[in-house]
Design a protein around this ligand. Structure first.
Ligand SMILES: [Zn+2]
Length: 137
């Protein structure tokens, strides 16, 4: 390639509609305000949809774990839990417990290996600091 001979002027394209942006600063990202607004609205919408999906999965996981506890079970095969609607990768907290990872789904905690979920139990005395970082004397 002979960069020296042909200097192609870079014409930016609108991130939303893909049209060439022929006027204005060369670092402009959108052809018009409508496209800019649409672009950021779609990002916000995608973020909201993502959060809604995660919350739905957490609720489903909680329902599955709660159902197991109510039936008196404290362990289950991961595949059986998945059949019940459990999504293994979604949790509200995770910490190292001995050789294993202990997970929480809201106030229910459990240990999960590749094949088994066990030690399912409700966390007693759930304490949520309402003003984290502030100390009352
Ligand atoms: Zn545009």
């Amino acid at each position: 390639m002979d960069y020296g001979k042909k200097m192609v002027r870079h014409i930016p394209t609108c991130l939303e509609c893909g049209d060439k942006i022929r006027y204005g600063r060369t670092d402009k990202k959108f052809c018009c305000d409508d496209c800019r607004n649409r672009h950021y609205n779609n990002i916000a919408k995608g973020s909201r949809t993502f959060r809604r999906k995660v919350l739905a999965m957490l609720s489903r996981n909680y329902a599955v774990l709660n159902e197991l506890l109510r039936s008196g079970a404290t362990s289950v095969d991961v595949m059986d839990a998945v059949t019940m609607g459990f999504v293994p990768g979604v949790m509200t907290a995770c910490r190292k417990s001995g050789r294993h990872e202990e997970f929480s789904c809201f106030d229910i905690r459990y240990i999960m290996t590749n094949t088994r979920i066990y030690s399912i139990s409700k966390i007693q005395n759930v304490y949520l600091p309402l003003h984290s970082g502030t100390k009352k004397e």
